[in-house]
Ligand binder design. Structure first.
Ligand code: COA
Length: 325
């Protein structure tokens, strides 16, 4: 059967690191409060010349290098972002130009913090139906540009960054969800009824402004734990694996307490969960590939491992993908 195999990953962060102590100089907060409620210790904030596209292109270059491929080998670019460089054209086309590849398919996906899961499932479907042979799947964000820097309940939670996978369509000698590498199964969901719990109060067709992020954190937290546990359970049931079979969970990095609560609900030991939220806060669509790339480069995730990727975000949208590395 044909599967989309992850043949390389890469990530990029802005130059400027902003630790909690610096946040405490901007708003009425403290390192203790942020660490206790979220696990976040640091975030990176894009400076002049750093945009969603430049971070995405840097992540892609590293992913291509890891895969031993050139930009000209790529026929499909799917970029997940809620903070595009421009309202249009798609940031994916800008990244395509920065990388120097021409003529393939390039478009953006908007599913906020679950954007990378949506982009991955989309690219996987397109590769398996033969629309391209290799894809760059990117999550890239500059949330610092849509934060209300006077709202301590949100501005301490987010950061900027990018992560990318190179996927390759390969003939794999496998049956069902067993054997061989590749994306085994993805499940995505959306429920538009909760718009007012997590949204941006602006847009091209409403206010004509970019707007600022607004969130009712406590309610989002509650939905996140329930929705994530449900989708993870559904993916396990569909594929016939159990929580014990999973080598690593790479979750959306929103809050260490959400990661703990979700792992506990599934009976997964905390040491199987890749946690990077302490280092780069919530980077929305970038956080899953950023965390994945971190764990590949530090030697935790290895070839043959069974890895669960999962995310939940504004919309609400949520989903999970089970991958054999
Ligand atoms: N520093 C200090 N105090 C803060 C603060 C900050 N940065 N932000 C909020 N507070 C205060 C609140 O004003 C409140 O004070 P009060 O009790 O006097 O009214 C108190 O801390 C508790 O606020 P609450 O919102 O109940 O805290 P919480 O334990 O729910 O933690 C979040 C808040 C946002 C960290 C938590 O709800 C969360 O992580 N939610 C999920 C958010 C998320 O991940 N969103 C993205 C999903 S993609």
């Amino acid at each position: 059967m044909i599967r989309s195999v992850i043949v390389g990953s890469g990530s990029a962060l802005p130059k400027r690191a902003v630790p909690n102590a610096e946040m405490a100089q901007m708003v009425d907060t403290s390192d203790e409060w942020i660490v206790e409620r979220t696990g976040i210790r640091n975030r990176y904030i894009a400076g002049e010349g750093e945009t969603t596209a430049t971070l995405a292109a840097d992540a892609c270059r590293r992913a291509l290098e890891a895969a031993g491929l050139e930009a000209s080998d790529i026929g499909l670019i799917v970029l997940a972002t809620a903070t595009p460089d421009q309202t249009f054209p798609a940031t994916a086309t800008k990244v395509q130009d920065m990388l120097g590849c021409r003529g393939g398919i390039a478009f953006d996906v908007a599913a906020v913090c679950s954007g990378f899961l949506y982009a991955l499932a989309t690219a996987d479907s397109m590769l398996r139906t033969g629309m391209a042979k290799r894809a760059l799947v990117i999550g890239a964000e500059t949330f610092s540009r849509i934060l209300d820097w006077e709202d301590r309940t949100t501005c301490v939670l987010f950061g900027d960054g990018a992560g990318a996978f190179v996927l390759e369509a390969r003939e794999v000698a496998a049956e069902g969800y067993g054997d061989g590498p590749g994306i085994l199964f993805s499940q995505l969901h959306a429920d538009g009824a909760h718009n007012e719990l997590l949204y941006v109060d602006g847009g091209a067709s409403t206010t004509g402004t970019i707007g600022k992020l607004r969130m009712k954190g406590r309610e989002v937290f509650r939905h996140a734990v329930v929705n994530l546990a449900t989708v993870l359970q559904a993916v396990l049931e569909q594929t016939g694996f159990t929580a014990e079979d999973i080598d690593w969970v790479v979750p959306h990095q929103a809050n260490a307490r959400i990661l703990d609560a979700t792992a506990r609900k599934l009976g997964l030991p905390a040491d199987k969960v890749v946690v990077t939220v302490d280092q780069h806060a919530n980077t929305s669509a970038a956080s899953v590939p950023l965390a994945y790339d971190t764990a590949v480069r530090d030697g935790r995730i290895r070839p043959g491992d069974l890895v669960m990727l999962e995310a939940m975000g504004g919309g609400f949208t949520w989903g999970a993908s089970l991958v054999r590395v």
